[in-house]
Design a protein around this ligand. Structure first.
Ligand SMILES: O=C(O)CCC(=O)C(=O)O
Length: 278
């Protein structure tokens, strides 16, 4: 790995919520990971269609040998432990994803903070089980993830200033809510591909303080996913980027329980609504 994890690098991550680690994958492993990713690409296109953004969990679909070598890379593991704590480890390779570019149409996710922007405020309060969002979301123990590029990748943008502050500024909200899902996906098809690409360039770049991650093959973006971030994709830019998490045992346990908890909460809400309507 080319990046040295010294006191300055640790401070940078803990102040900005992201860091780029250069050259984490040796060439022979890069080749094998690319081969695995191409299998995953074929599978996700078959299952999810040509616009598919990812295949996850990889363990259900492809051979894990190369990915397990990646998650065992000693320097990478030492880097994560130095940036976070001795109790952090890369989550099992089987749970990881590969991100891909769309093959037909330019699109982006919306600017978002993970978890908070995937549900309404009441549901968020319930899934937190008594934890305070601000504290849970800014706790260094939780919400650390990475994108590791197998080909060069400039899809991800991040707002460092938002990483340890969960209250949004008016400027952030104005940009983030400036386009909705239909617009970022050009669902009505009213814009040409070039118009859509330029619109999304502005949508990304206009976010106050946003930085675009420029990853070369083998570089890794490590970031706190409760900070504002976005992925923006064009069909002509080939993408195969590994995506995974670095967790503590406690945070992993909370995430493991999350789908069932969320399902239960949603089922109760649905039943409540049906009863109120009856
Ligand atoms: O594509 C990326 O780099 C980010 C993707 C993302 O944030 C998402 O899928 O929610």
């Amino acid at each position: 790995m080319k990046t040295v994890i010294d006191a300055q690098a640790i401070r940078f991550y803990r102040e900005n919520g992201y860091i780029i680690l250069r050259g984490v994958i040796p060439a022979p492993l890069l080749e094998r990971l690319r081969a695995m990713a191409e299998q995953a690409r074929e599978i996700t296109h078959r299952i999810n269609g040509p616009q598919a953004q990812r295949l996850q969990p990889l363990g259900d679909h492809v051979d894990m040998t190369a990915l397990k070598e990646f998650t065992a890379l000693p320097e990478l593991n030492a880097a994560f432990r130095a940036l976070l704590s001795e109790r952090h480890y890369i989550s099992p390779a089987e749970t990881m994803a590969v991100f891909f570019q769309p093959t037909k149409n330019t699109w982006a996710t919306e600017w978002h903070r993970d978890l908070r922007d995937h549900m309404d405020a009441d549901t968020l309060t319930e899934v937190l089980e008594g934890k305070k969002w601000e504290q849970f979301a800014t706790d260094l123990a939780n919400f650390n993830q990475f994108n590791c590029a197998l080909y060069e990748d400039t899809s991800t943008w991040y707002v460092p200033d938002s990483a340890f502050r969960m209250t949004d500024t008016p400027g952030e909200l104005a940009v983030a809510r400036g386009l909705d899902r239909a617009a970022v996906e050009n669902k009505a098809g009213t814009r040409s591909e070039a118009e859509q690409e330029l619109l999304l360039q502005d949508y990304c770049a206009n976010m106050p303080g946003a930085v675009q991650a420029h990853l070369n093959a083998g570089d890794l973006l490590f970031y706190r996913n409760t900070g504002w971030h976005i992925g923006s994709y064009v069909p002509y830019r080939r993408r195969a980027t590994l995506h995974g998490q670095v967790d503590t045992p406690e945070y992993w346990a909370w995430k493991e329980a999350f789908p069932k908890n969320y399902e239960r909460i949603m089922a109760r809400k649905k039943a409540g609504k049906a009863a109120a309507a009856a």
